[in-house]
Design a protein around this ligand. Structure first.
Ligand code: FEO
Length: 394
């Protein structure tokens, strides 16, 4: 719990024990479930928390409320990492009303058995205002950032945007800092969070950024990660880049799925050739031994990508298949990609990688596709050399 302005108290909680966020993402520095309490003429709770930290969140709420009683529970997003405590709030405070978007009503009924939960909701449409006294919350729809019912709100008194998952990041606040100014590595885990969780919805994020550009924002208060009070343009520019699917950094990522090391040797040779021709920031990522969510976010980050994989079961080695599947569903687009395959008796990896790339939009394949038979030999060098040249020309 922490007072952030005269009337607003942070009542969110860190989760350092969680093994996998959304049951799939490793979060070595944990995650925070952010929640805020606005104490004005009316009292508003701004979102809740995951059930995993429900007791701690309730204790924060009780302490922050003191002798006040909440009038409103504002629900910007119904994903359970933020909404798990709604039923308990409604039960404990029988007069509290849920303030949320129209599209939340059906989901509230799906998630909670609370009698007449819809009757306890005030629904907000685009531009509607919740008047708390001094603080006036203006609501804006942000569908698919990251679920369809998402709304954000803007407190005109403080210039604070309650941005739901937008501008969120992995990492507990105790580990990364309470304010983004204390978190020099903000973009690393924010990018991994954004690309993997919200990345499919670049268009909706662009729509939200257009709305945000019309508001005099001084503070961004997301549902995960530090509050952003300084240098807002830097963070908004990163979001604009990520949601536009354009590369953020120069560089070539060579993603390798190698079973016995033969494919890796070819990838290392290509790296050497690229560097000998002046390419900067060429790096190899072993898909078998590194975190796939980081590999996906780095594929989006850099300009160019090379896929190097063994053949497997008349297809492509599974770590590469999984990687490409994720790139496809996160809408990887507009990049130049090189392909190296390996096969000892019937090479099949390039065919499948090509097919999967063809399901993405605006991908240019750098020629030639290089086929290694079991182990790279000096006779393979010319093709690797041609691929290096093509990658640098694209
Ligand atoms: Fe942090 Fe989409 O929930």
């Amino acid at each position: 719990m922490r007072k952030i302005t005269d009337d607003v108290i942070y009542i969110g909680v860190d989760d350092l024990e969680i093994d996998l966020f959304e049951s799939q993402y490793r979060v070595p520095q944990g995650v925070s479930y952010n929640s805020y309490l606005i104490l004005d003429a009316k009292v508003a709770i701004m979102d809740t928390a995951d059930f995993r930290k429900g007791e701690e969140w309730k204790a924060n709420l009780r302490k922050a409320l003191g002798d006040r009683t909440p009038d409103y529970l504002v629900v910007h997003h119904l994903e359970p990492d933020h909404s798990s405590m709604i039923a308990e709030v409604l039960e404990k405070y029988p007069d509290v009303q849920v303030v949320t978007g129209v599209r939340s009503i059906k989901m509230l009924q799906q998630f909670f058995d609370t009698p007449d939960i819809a009757g306890r909701c005030i629904t907000m449409k685009e531009g509607d205002v919740l008047d708390l006294g001094t603080h006036k919350l203006h609501f804006y729809a942000a569908p698919m950032v990251h679920w369809p019912e998402v709304m954000v709100s803007f407190d005109e008194y403080e210039g604070a945007l309650y941005s739901a998952d937008g501008f969120g990041k992995f990492g507990a606040l105790s580990e990364c800092g309470f304010y983004s100014s204390e978190d020099p590595d903000w973009s690393e885990e924010a990018r991994r969070y954004y690309i993997n969780i919200v990345g499919k919805y670049g268009g909706p994020v662009q729509n939200l950024l257009k709305k945000a550009a019309t508001l005099p924002i001084k503070s961004i208060r997301p549902l995960h990660g530090p509050i952003i009070n300084e240098d807002l343009g830097k963070y908004i520019t990163l979001y604009d880049t990520w949601s536009s699917y354009v590369p953020e950094s120069k560089g070539i990522m060579i993603a390798v799925a190698s079973i016995y090391g033969g494919t890796m040797q070819a990838a290392e040779k290509l790296k050497e050739l690229l560097e000998s021709k002046g390419a900067e920031n060429v790096f190899i990522r072993d898909l078998c031994r590194t975190d796939i969510s980081r590999n996906v976010s780095d594929a989006f980050r850099y300009e160019k990508l090379v896929l190097a994989a063994s053949s497997y079961d008349n297809g492509v080695f599974t770590p590469m298949h999984n990687f490409l599947h994720l790139l496809q569903i996160k809408c990887y687009t507009g990049r130049t990609v090189g392909i190296i395959e390996n096969g000892s008796w019937a090479p099949s990896a390039a065919r499948v990688m090509n097919e999967m790339l063809c399901q993405m939009s605006n991908i240019t394949i750098a020629e030639p596709t290089v086929t290694i038979r079991s182990r790279m030999k000096s006779t393979d060098y010319p093709a690797l050399e041609q691929l290096a040249v093509a990658l640098l020309q694209e």
